[in-house]
Write a protein that binds this ligand. Structure first.
Ligand SMILES: Nc1ncnc2c1ncn2[C@@H]1O[C@H](COP(=O)(O)OP(=O)(O)OP(=O)(O)O)[C@@H](O)[C@H]1O
Ligand SMILES: Cc1ncsc1CCO
Length: 522
């Protein structure tokens, strides 16, 4: 019998201990196949060989009926006894070469890998696929380190594009993160995950069939988006032109003032009060809530979330991860302000952790912060030094290209502040020349921009690029108006006048005074 062709799209890995109490494991397997599971692995760590063989025989009856391959975890003896389509081994189990020798050339053989080196070894040792993990923390595994989509990407990029070795990701994969993991892990060498391996997301779901259908749909969408991205086919359709974005500003600000969207801020001690006041002056409604315990409740009532890493503590980080996760689940926009990323390794690691666990819709930072984020996600860019929370030097040689590349890579909007601000969604890129140097001389003006973007993102839900442009324009025009006032004699008086002028903004006047230009990059 020749080796079967395998569709790895949604790969069920069983665990009787986590199986939903309303049905048997056999029912979970059958329901999941009916929902779209394309491959099954029987993983039973606690059964002795005779009991394992007995269960494997019953599961195999089901998988054969539906023409879905069955692999046995770890126990080659069971795989051979039942004549399943193959087996899966871990790094601490029997070696891959020994497993291949016992199974012969026509069985499917997979191995768990957590590093680029293990992946390359698996390829050399004759594996058909690798299970890349652990991606996220799970109930079944609590490793010291999780890979996140960025770590998965590093492994995909260590593999040759055209080798037939297939790849699946494992560890905490659920309906809500599947698409993002597949999109964000896509390697620049053209490698995209061939599937997602799921345990709890299927066996513990109350409806295993529906859960599998959702996972298959999310995997396919993620795969299609990833291949479009790799082929540079980012959709240019349905996007407003820069002029249309500018003309939409009055309506956005008017709606913001009417609706006063509630925005959840996990901000820093230095700017908390200023960002709350700037949000109120603009017409929004802030809640500064740094406790992880209330993040889920808040996610139901707020319209966007701003994560600011300015004064880091463990509890801030815990809250940001929790708020981000729930905002993603509720489809509320998330804005990341990676304050001081690049200044210390803690800030860099925290920014990486957030990007790995939360889908961020808009990243806002100064040149030093954007250079660090570009490095974290594997986008080549010049290095811009930081001193504390401030960016040093004159910035990038080609700032628009850096911002556009990062936006494309992360499939989000990137806003980079400085004397000139740049915004891109990977397709549209603009430079905004408004603003006053006094903004750079008070602390938190960048943080206030993130808050302003957060309020506009709550209104401009289908176009976060327009939200970022509006958020910057509003505050930069207010900055210009404040600096021009006779009563403003320095940064201190400017700070108070700035809040007043945010509240005094006239939507049409902003459009007239905007100095924004589109930047065409190839
Ligand atoms: N020299 C300048 N001329 C005009 N506008 C400026 C100037 N410097 C800063 N700004 C404006 O100030 C705002 C904040 O940008 P900046 O890059 O200073 O933020 P930041 O370094 O992140 O600030 P913080 O960390 O204090 O919050 C932006 O809207 C930017 O346009
Ligand atoms: C000065 C400062 N230090 C940590 S956060 C912050 C405010 C600017 O973001």
């Amino acid at each position: 019998m020749s080796k079967p062709t395998v569709d790895y799209s949604v790969y069920l890995v069983t665990d009787s201990g986590l199986n939903h109490p309303s049905r048997t494991l056999l029912q979970s397997v059958e329901d999941s196949i009916l929902g779209g599971v394309t491959l099954v692995q029987l993983r039973e760590k606690d059964l002795d060989t005779p009991a394992f063989i007995d269960l494997a025989r019953k599961v195999h009856e089901i998988t054969k009926k539906h023409n879905v391959p069955l692999l046995i975890n770890d126990n080659i003896e069971v795989a051979l006894a039942i004549d399943t389509e193959g087996a899966h081994v871990g790094q601490d189990d029997i070696s891959c070469t020994e497993a291949r020798r016992l199974l012969g050339p026509n069985k499917i053989l997979g191995i768990s890998t957590g590093t680029p080196e293990e992946a390359q070894k698996a390829l050399a040792d004759g594996a058909d696929y690798i299970g890349i993990g652990t991606c996220f923390m799970t109930q079944t595994k609590s490793p010291k380190r999780t890979l996140g989509p960025i770590g998965v990407r590093a492994i995909l990029e260590a593999l040759p594009k055209d080798h037939p070795l297939k790849t699946v990701v494992i560890g905490g994969i659920k309906r809500d993160n599947t698409r993002r993991v597949v999109e964000h892990s896509a390697g620049r060498n053209g490698r995209i995950l061939d599937g997602v391996a799921v345990v709890t997301g299927i066996v513990s779901a109350s409806d295993a069939k529906a859960a599998s259908q959702d996972l298959l749909r999310e995997f396919r969408t993620g795969y299609e988006n990833a291949s479009n991205y790799l082929q540079g086919q980012v959709s240019k359709e349905k996007k407003k032109s820069i002029d249309e974005v500018l003309q939409s500003f009055p309506q956005l600000l008017t709606t913001l003032r009417e609706k006063a969207p509630l925005t959840h801020h996990i901000s820093n001690y230095v700017v908390m009060n200023d960002t709350a006041n700037a949000t109120l002056a603009l017409g929004g409604s802030p809640i500064m809530a740094p406790s992880a315990s209330e993040a889920q409740d808040l996610s139901k009532v707020v319209s966007s979330v701003v994560l600011n890493i300015g004064t880091l503590t463990e509890s801030f980080v815990e809250c940001m991860l929790e708020a981000g996760k729930h905002a993603n689940a509720q489809s509320k926009p998330v804005i990341l302000d990676p304050v001081g990323a690049g200044a210390t390794s803690l800030r860099e690691a925290t920014a990486a952790r957030i990007l790995n666990h939360v889908h961020v819709d808009i990243i806002k930072g100064n040149a030093g912060e954007i250079s660090t984020i570009s490095k974290i996600v594997g986008c080549d860019s010049e290095s811009i030094a930081m001193r504390g929370v401030d960016s040093l030097g004159s910035g990038f040689t080609n700032p628009a290209a850096v911002v556009q590349a990062l936006a494309k890579r992360e499939k989000c909007v990137v806003a980079m502040t400085g004397k000139i601000d740049y915004v891109s969604d990977g397709v549209r890129t603009v430079a905004i020349e408004n603003g006053h140097e006094y903004q750079g001389r008070i602390t938190g003006s960048g943080c206030m921009i993130a808050s302003s973007i957060g309020s506009f993102a709550a209104i401009s839900t289908d176009d976060h690029f327009a939200a970022a442009v509006a958020g910057i324009l509003a505050l930069n025009l207010a900055g210009e108006h404040a600096a021009a006032r006779d009563d403003v004699r320095g940064p201190g008086t400017f700070r108070a006048a700035f809040i007043d002028e945010i509240a005094n903004l006239k939507p049409e006047q902003v459009v007239k005074e905007a100095r924004i230009k589109a930047i065409q990059l190839n």
